[in-house]
Design a protein around this ligand. Structure first.
Ligand SMILES: NC(=O)c1ccc[n+]([C@@H]2O[C@H](COP(=O)([O-])OP(=O)(O)OC[C@H]3O[C@@H](n4cnc5c(N)ncnc54)[C@H](OP(=O)(O)O)[C@@H]3O)[C@@H](O)[C@H]2O)c1
Length: 299
């Protein structure tokens, strides 16, 4: 919950102005937390009439962004995924402006998909990247474009994002998800409270010259789909769905859903939580889903 992120985070210096490209699920949550911690925050959405939009930015429509938006910005973060053609929507339009801004910090939200398949092994920030999925190849290319700007950048690699309104609770309540059994297959995940909390933690460390370039932001417990969905069903007091073999379930999956099952890795948060001292708000999916239930009364 947002109050927990705010309670656990150090406040931000009063002249902090954060520009968030892509005020979607994670971007909005970060914006709300950073404002509570004393920063001025401007958030983009593709349509300026959408909830939480402070300015419109849509790379496909080449929206003109007012100079006022960039004035006095100290921190920039992009939560916008690569375009289908592999371009970075933010850099395509605003790369030169961002490069020339006197930034204290810039962040790029990437994915752990860039590591590729590790057959169930742990991946750390030192692991080789060998993305196989086209979207992960595009993502790595975008990471590299951000790096090439030569700005004070950190790349945050995220596994599956969940939080109130977008979690296994909704998946199980909608009865669209079956419990797929693929022995040995696990997924890592991260709650949006810990995305916002970790970003604020990293911004504060960066100002003290503690600034690793790449950081995995994941919880402590990679888990199977069955473990997570059973826990969600029990929280909601509804029957646990039948288990289906991967062989059978995969025949009905979309190519996108199938692609997630083609890679298997556990994402290590050792650097974030040990070396950099970030304390997770939700250590695993059990704590995180209980929070989602408390926060989302409509489910
Ligand atoms: N979802 C996951 O499980 C997951 C896992 C790992 C990494 N990631 C990545 O982490 C980042 C944040 O994830 P999220 O789930 O918070 O994302 P999200 O809710 O889908 O938000 C994405 C944001 O990007 C904006 N956007 C998309 N295409 C754009 C374009 N062409 N021009 C301008 N803005 C554009 C969207 O605009 P609107 O607000 O108008 O929709 C939205 O604000 C994304 O890059 C995502 O791919 C996601």
């Amino acid at each position: 919950m947002l109050p927990e992120v705010v309670k656990r985070s150090a406040s931000l210096p009063s002249n902090t102005k954060i520009l968030i490209f892509g005020g979607g699920f994670s971007g909005q949550h970060l914006a709300n937390a950073a404002r509570e911690l004393g920063a001025e925050v401007l958030c983009s959405r593709r349509d300026a009439t959408k909830k939480g939009a402070d300015f419109a930015f849509d790379s496909t429509r080449k929206t003109i962004i007012s100079e006022k938006v960039f004035s006095g910005v100290t921190h920039v973060i992009s939560c916008v995924p690569p375009s289908k053609d592999g371009a970075d929507p933010v850099l395509e339009q605003c790369g030169q402006i961002i490069k020339n801004m006197p930034l204290k910090w810039a962040g790029y939200l990437s994915t752990t998909g860039v590591y590729g398949d590790y057959q169930g092994d742990w991946v750390t920030e030192q692991s080789n990247v060998h993305p196989a999925q086209p979207r992960s190849i595009r993502r790595l290319a975008c990471e590299r474009k951000w790096e090439s700007l030569g700005i004070p950048l950190q790349i945050l690699r995220l596994p599956g994002i969940y939080g109130p309104g977008r979690s296994a609770l909704e998946a199980i309540a909608s009865q669209k998800n079956s419990m797929v059994n693929k022995p040995g297959q696990v997924f890592s995940r991260i709650h949006i409270d810990d995305i916002a909390g970790a970003i604020i933690h990293l911004i504060n460390l960066f100002s003290k010259d503690i600034c690793p370039k790449i950081i995995n932001v994941a919880d402590n417990l990679p888990a199977t789909n069955i473990e997570v969905l059973s826990f969600a069903a029990n929280l909601l007091n509804i029957p646990v769905p039948d288990i289906e073999s991967f062989e059978s379930a995969s025949k009905k999956m979309s190519p996108m859903a199938l692609s997630f099952w083609q890679e298997n890795r556990k994402v290590s948060n050792h650097q974030l939580c040990n070396s950099l001292g970030y304390k997770l708000i939700h250590r695993d999916y059990r704590e995180g889903l209980k929070d989602c239930l408390k926060s989302n009364k409509s489910i």
